[in-house]
Write a new protein. Structure first.
Length: 344
């Protein structure tokens, strides 16, 4: 794969000075950690960043295209990070999302047709995006991956990847369950066919010494999520841990445990500001944080760096990992401050 940035001379776009690059690159290194939000906006929206600290490089347009489902707060955090990078880099950020793999592929095609300068995309269902990513590469548009698809990004020909190894994260959670003395866990998947979610539960199953069962729910219908988890807990009172794969589902599981009269504890992947409060008061035992703010920030910033300085993180061979990290009562107070701002 050609790693040389596209020639922009036809657009009469000049390069930045060396000093501007140094200042902007230093700013990228200073901003670390962070993540979280609320979600559901499928229509494309332009995110114009604050002027403070903006780079003097030519204006870029970057499309961020995710598989966000309506109401999933996780993606607001990803988007906030992307917006921060866009504001710093003089980038016009165009966000769009659809949980349907075919529709997401169409959104990537739309970005290609609009001749954007870069694309950041999630790969929850990578095979559905293979052809359109190839078209972007053929059009000379650099594509980076984030969040989902750590095992597939190189196969699809992406330049870089920013996210969490979901199998490793699942294995870490399984070991944590062992330490807690758990015997029987149910792992709740809110979207069938999502490779990252499947890898999380498979990872838990690999290291957890107790019994693990997968429970599929309709993640776009929270009342249905609640009733399905409740029914499972009523059916099997031996379940002592409910493992959810997103903050909103963990908070819903709290209601299910109460309604079922269950003694099960709850552990989850991912955070939002409501979840940090639940960890603080002991309602939820712990969470695995993949730092979605960092994913959005790094993905967009990497396209700026590639365009303006020919950089690519991981050398095109290794992903940049943003997790996993555990958040529990021992460190939740510090994290909660950032979560309250919607950045963790």
């Amino acid at each position: 794969m050609d790693r040389t940035p596209r020639d922009r001379s036809s657009r009469s776009r000049s390069r930045s000075t060396t000093s501007a690059l140094a200042v902007a690159a230093a700013a990228a290194l200073v901003l670390a950690g962070c993540s979280s939000g609320s979600g559901g906006k499928k229509a494309e929206e332009s995110a114009e960043g604050a002027a403070a600290g903006k780079a003097s490089t030519p204006r870029m347009t970057v499309a961020l295209i995710t598989h966000q489902s309506p109401g999933d707060t996780f993606w607001d955090i990803v988007r906030k990070g992307a917006e921060a990078a866009a504001a710093k880099g003089n980038i016009k950020l165009v966000y769009s999302a659809d949980p349907g793999a075919g529709n997401q592929a169409n959104l990537v095609q739309n970005a290609i047709d609009q001749k954007v300068d870069g694309i950041a995309v999630t790969l929850a269902k990578p095979d559905a995006l293979k052809e359109v990513v190839s078209k972007a590469n053929a059009a000379g548009i650099p594509v980076v991956g984030l969040n989902s698809g750590v095992s597939e990004w190189r196969r699809l020909g992406l330049l870089e990847f920013f996210g969490q190894d979901e199998t490793v994260a699942g294995e870490a959670l399984g070991k944590r369950l062992n330490e807690s003395g758990a015997r029987r866990a149910v792992c709740v998947i809110q979207e069938q066919g999502n490779i990252g979610l499947t890898q999380r539960c498979d990872g838990v199953r690999k290291t957890f010494s107790g019994d693990t069962e997968t429970l599929y729910v309709n993640g776009t219908d929270m009342p249905s999520v609640k009733s399905t988890i409740t029914a499972k807990l009523e059916e099997d009172d031996a379940i002592d841990y409910v493992v959810t794969l997103g903050a909103p589902y963990a908070l819903t599981a709290v209601q299910s445990v109460s309604e079922a009269g269950s003694k099960a504890k709850i552990a989850t992947f991912d955070l939002n500001k409501q979840l940090t409060g639940a960890i603080g008061d002991g309602t939820i035992a712990f969470a695995v944080d993949q730092q979605p703010y960092l994913q959005g920030y790094l993905a967009v910033d990497s396209l700026w760096l590639y365009e303006n300085n020919g950089n690519y993180s991981g050398g095109g061979e290794q992903p940049v990992l943003t997790g996993p990290a555990f958040v529990d009562k021992s460190n939740v107070d510090r994290v909660a401050g950032f979560a309250a701002k919607g950045t963790r």
